[in-house]
Design a protein around this ligand. Structure first.
Ligand SMILES: [Zn+2]
Ligand SMILES: [Zn+2]
Length: 431
């Protein structure tokens, strides 16, 4: 009886309290929209690659300082961390946005489109926010504005993490969420939960998506050299042909998925680069392969790495050649905390309407938010971004088109999620 009573009381009180906050947040979103969308344009027009987010970080830092938020700059190279202490006692929570752009040449009709070019891996490339990190950064600047305005009523402390190099640091450098965690971003004070969002080019603006439990895959990177013996193209008997060995390897790698792993265990092995040879009538001495492996289950990951080596060994032995395999384990899988997801989905439903909150299948894409979510319970959701009547190219394409309205939707979503979480924490602690 007692438990039923408590549930009823919560059920009666929570919506009333929530309604008041909703009104405040909604008013602030409207009031801040022009300023924050202006930041979105500025960031979009001046994109910076991973570990080079100097101007973006400076903009974020000056915005947070103007709100009276304590900041730390230079986190994991160019990261900015802000701490906002609310006027009421409550939990410490963290919210993260990524700031880096990609080496993609923009082809959108935006008046604020990027014309920036830079040197990347020895090539001159265009730079573009082709994954929506300009939206994430500006949304989080807006959330900071909203929460700073409500500071006195906020129960707890919010750590704003503006992260560099989500797409991976340049070769030879460290960076991203992994480095931030190693540097202690989740210590002093340690958050009890971490939140993040990501635009999704397959969802309309005004919708949000979530996945409970496993949401994004672990991302590994492999490089293979297959070595043979060079010969005239007309004299294959004098060669050890690495092209033929590499062809067999590429096909055989797909049998790991189909023959060695449980059919219901997700995994992907993709060879993205095949490079070898100089002339049509020369059998080269070497072929280079490079690609990615995506998994969720650590045992599946182990099996793939082991079977890749065994297949390479068997095929190159049979062909008379040798191989070198460099298998690099990258970002772990992003697993949304199930209880936290169940707790926050009703908030999203209240803000957007039940019909606009979509449960999504896990994807084989990756996210380095995983490093945060492996340390403390995490909830990472997706933000619709496609305006009615427009189409967006996919993530990482020149025609990736995120609508300005996703900024304000992101602000109301994240601000409400954070405040609801803190209020519910305090409510539960008082019981
Ligand atoms: Zn991306
Ligand atoms: Zn991204």
């Amino acid at each position: 009886m007692k438990r039923i009573g408590l549930i009823l009381i919560t059920g009666l009180l929570a919506p009333a309290a929530a309604a008041g906050q909703n009104t405040t947040i909604e008013a602030l979103v409207k009031q801040l929209a022009d300023e924050i969308i202006g930041y979105r344009h500025q960031i979009h027009e001046n994109p910076e690659l991973g570990n080079r987010e100097f101007e973006t970080a400076a903009l974020v830092a000056s915005h947070l300082e103007s709100l009276g938020i304590e900041i730390q700059t230079g986190a994991a190279h160019t990261g900015v961390v802000g701490i906002l202490r609310g006027g009421r006692p409550g939990p410490v929570i963290a919210v993260r946005a990524d700031m880096d752009a990609l080496p993609v040449t923009e082809d959108t009709p935006f008046p604020f489109k990027s014309l920036v070019r830079t040197e990347y891996l020895g090539q001159n490339v265009g730079v573009m926010h082709a994954c929506g990190h300009d939206i994430h950064t500006s949304v989080q600047m807006g959330v900071a504005s909203i929460l700073a305005s409500m500071r006195d009523e906020i129960p707890g402390t919010i750590k704003f993490i503006f992260q560099p190099a989500e797409e991976g640091p340049p070769p030879g450098e460290e960076g991203g969420a992994e480095l931030m965690v190693a540097e202690g971003v989740l210590a002093n004070p340690r958050p009890v939960a971490v939140f993040g969002l990501h635009t999704f080019a397959e969802m309309a603006v005004g919708t949000v998506g979530y996945t409970s439990g496993p949401a994004l895959a672990a991302v590994d990177h492999f490089r293979i050299d297959i070595k043979g013996k060079q010969a005239h193209g007309a004299a294959p008997h004098l060669s050890v042909d690495p092209v033929v060995m590499a062809s067999q390897v590429i096909m055989a790698l797909q049998t790991i998925r189909s023959r060695n792993l449980h059919p219901l265990q997700p995994s992907v092995i993709t060879v993205g680069i095949v490079r070898g040879g100089t002339r049509f009538n020369i059998i080269p001495d070497e072929v280079y392969l490079e690609g990615t492996v995506r998994t969720y289950d650590p045992d599946v990951r182990d099996t793939i790495e082991r079977r890749m080596a065994e297949i390479l060994d068997g095929i190159t032995r049979a062909g008379g050649g040798t191989f070198e395999l460099d298998y690099e384990r990258g970002t772990p899988a992003t697993i949304n905390n199930v209880a936290l997801t169940e707790q926050m989905v009703p908030t999203l439903q209240r803000v957007f309407g039940e019909e606009n909150v979509i449960e999504l299948e896990p994807t084989m894409g990756g996210e380095d938010f995983a490093y945060f979510a492996n340390e403390v319970p995490g909830f990472f959701f997706r933000l619709g971004m496609v305006a009615p009547g427009t189409t967006s190219g996919g993530h990482h394409t020149p025609t990736f088109l995120a609508d300005d309205a996703s900024v304000t939707h992101g602000m109301r979503a994240m601000a409400t999620v954070l405040i609801d979480f803190m209020e519910q924490w305090v409510e539960n602690a008082g019981r």
